[in-house]
Design a binder for this molecule. Structure first.
Ligand SMILES: [Zn+2]
Length: 640
């Protein structure tokens, strides 16, 4: 590398302007790390390597202090990072992107147009935090390839994990080895979140929906590859510069393994997938580690009582006078079998349907069943909106079939049906929008229909996108509390499991303790002030997620923010709308009490005529130390 062109002070204050930097835009955020390398620590880190008046940029320029660059290196395609490099690339800099994620830069229009439909029945759970506008790619690279800038070689290493196809770059400058690792690590052994890692694990035959942080194995491998490069300084996309790479990485790996071992030990999937869970454990924890698996539920019956008829993943309650009450209806086959029972005379009439949760395999054919039998459909206040307006949500396994005319019951509502006493409960296990039904027959047999929330091996939280909160009194803490309160001799029925089962008191206490421990592990793992930000992608969301509009019209969107923090927070929100659209207001802020959700309302005017079939609106959220760019999105489809 040629000699130093100009001297950057340690901190940019008072620094005279140069042809390259407009330091007044960067202020205190610009820090020099070595004679040729400085970093602008803003909403993302922008790294500038200078030589003879030319600049190589990594990630981008978050504060607008570089006028011109030769090249911008992107480690991954997350739009909360990519935005920072866009202006430089549009101004002529060559963009270098990971080959495995190149389409996320160039083919974004195709992605979003197809996602209008692909978002239903989604079992892949991959991030949609990719750009909403295409970005020109200069060169797409992968492991082993070398880039050269001003005779300085840049080594490329595939480092999948946080995203599927990320790369890291290593450069020797000023006698130091710098590593640029994207979001593979944050600060001293932290990680931004776990939900971004959700993925299938082919080796264990586990699909994306069941793959809790499925890329953890890849992430750990990538972190070890980074150590092998012997970096002196790591600069991730977000957060502090890391000057102790080896210790920070080792700390992160330990925390990740602790979190994963804790997760596996009481997970519902151990019942479904059995020895395949050993494969999952080995990949992340290594061969020496033993998972402290919870023994299966203390009581496991062979089959339900005779008055409960299993029909695929529905259950039909049959009274003595041959009346029926159905729990869930997710397939044509279920409608067919209920119809057949009626035709054969085993079922005289159907009196009602109860929905445990919104997932497509429990709801897809409810409307069709109602068309045929014309009976009320029961759901809780918490579930009613997603069942009636699934299109307003971005969640896994979403149905596109809305259910109208719900009979909404409050938590704890009691109802006598034939010889049975029903108690309806809100039951936020497996997902935030989930209910349960306690059925007591003549005060003797007590069956608690808990949807997908538990199996004999534990809790069903393998899909991080389902919003299982780890606040005391919420999520599985709430469900376990309820299991303690309902009659002790109850049996649980999960409709994917034939065998009714019951945990012992000790098992319920054990699961609660494991979740308590998990709160601590995740508090250490994430950089947020409260661990739930790292497991709940939808703490900030735009409602509705999808809607249709006409040219010349305006539509309303609401930004909903759940304050996971333990203290009140002020959240500043601004909408980014595509060219020609207008948002009113452009930004707003709100103070939210702990664990409360608040709403900010915006009005978007659609131009006339329109130039696109689909507009993607995103929003920035600022609170605490965070300024998250283009964090969540909403789709506005234009009527032809
Ligand atoms: Zn489900």
């Amino acid at each position: 590398m040629a000699g130093l062109l100009f001297a950057l002070p340690g901190v940019c204050n008072g620094y005279a302007s140069t042809p390259v930097f407009r330091q007044e835009d960067a202020g205190d955020a610009l820090v020099r790390l070595s004679p040729h390398v400085s970093v602008c620590q803003d909403t993302v880190n922008g790294v500038f390597i200078e030589d003879t008046g030319r600049t190589l940029v990594i990630y981008g320029d978050p504060s607008g202090c570089v006028e011109k660059a030769d090249m911008v290196l992107f480690t991954h395609s997350r739009r909360d990072v990519v935005w920072a490099g866009r202006k430089l690339v549009e101004g002529g800099a060559e963009s270098i992107v990971p080959r495995a994620e190149a389409d996320n830069f160039t083919k974004v229009n195709d992605f979003w147009l197809s996602f209008v439909n692909r978002r239903y029945h989604d079992y892949e759970q991959q991030t949609t935090k990719i750009p909403t506008e295409p970005l020109k790619v200069g060169r797409a690279v992968a492991s082993g390839e070398q880039i050269s800038w001003q005779d300085t070689p840049v080594r490329v290493l595939d480092t999948p994990g946080y995203t599927r196809g990320a790369v890291s770059y290593f450069i020797n400058v000023d006698g130091l080895t710098y590593g640029f690792v994207g979001d593979l690590i944050y600060g001293d052994g932290h990680l931004m979140d776990l939900y971004s890692l959700q993925d299938g694990v082919a080796e264990a035959g586990i699909g994306g929906y069941h793959g809790y942080a499925g890329r953890l194995g890849d992430l750990i491998k990538s972190l070890r590859k980074v150590i092998d490069q012997n970096p002196d300084i790591l600069i991730p996309a977000h957060g502090p510069v890391i000057r102790n790479p080896k210790q920070a990485i080792e700390r992160l790996i330990q925390r990740l393994q602790a979190a994963y071992a804790n997760y596996l030990s009481i997970n519902a999937g151990h019942w479904y997938f059995n020895e395949r869970y050993e494969v999952l454990a080995k990949r992340v924890l290594g061969t020496a580690f033993r998972v402290d698996w919870m023994p299966y539920a203390q009581v496991i019956e062979k089959a339900p009582p005779r008055w409960i008829i299993p029909i695929h993943n529905s259950r039909l309650l049959l009274s003595q006078d041959k009346s029926g009450f159905l729990i869930d209806c997710g397939s044509e086959a279920i409608v067919g079998e209920v119809t057949q029972l009626k035709e054969q005379g085993q079922l005289e009439r159907l009196d009602g349907v109860f929905i445990t949760h919104y997932h497509d395999d429990h709801t897809d054919k409810v409307s069709e069943l109602v068309k045929r039998f014309g009976r009320p459909v029961y759901a809780s206040q918490q579930s009613a909106d997603i069942l009636a307006n699934p299109t307003a949500y971005r969640l896994p396994c979403l149905t596109s079939n809305a259910i109208s005319n719900l009979t909404v019951v409050r938590d704890g509502h009691k109802m006598r049906w034939k010889e049975f006493d029903f108690t309806f409960y809100y039951f936020p296990g497996q997902t935030l929008y989930h209910d349960a039904l306690l059925v007591e027959k003549d005060g003797r047999e007590k069956i608690f229909f808990i949807g997908d929330s538990f199996t004999p091996s534990g809790i069903d939280d393998y899909c991080l996108q389902n919003r299982n909160f780890l606040h005391r009194g919420m999520g599985y803490f709430y469900c376990l509390d309820l299991l303690r309160k309902i009659p002790a001799e109850h049996l649980l029925i999960n409709e994917h499991v034939l065998e009714p089962f019951r945990y012992s008191k000790d098992q319920i206490a054990h699961m609660t303790q494991v979740l308590e421990k998990r709160r601590q592990i995740l508090a250490d793992l994430f950089p947020w002030d409260e661990p739930n930000y790292g497991i709940d992608e939808q703490w900030a969301r735009i409602y509705p997620y999808g809607q249709q509009a006409e040219a010349g019209q305006y539509v309303g969107v609401t930004v909903k923010i759940l304050n996971h923090s333990s203290s009140a927070q002020v959240y500043a929100v601004s909408l980014t709308v595509p060219e020609n659209l207008q948002s009113e207001p452009k930004s707003a802020s709100v103070r939210i009490e702990p664990r409360e959700e608040a709403e900010l309302h915006f009005r978007i005017t659609i131009p006339e005529p329109v130039s696109k079939k689909l507009y993607v609106v995103t929003c920035d959220v600022e609170f605490d130390k965070w300024h998250l760019r283009d964090w969540c999105e909403s789709l506005i489809e234009i009527h032809p």
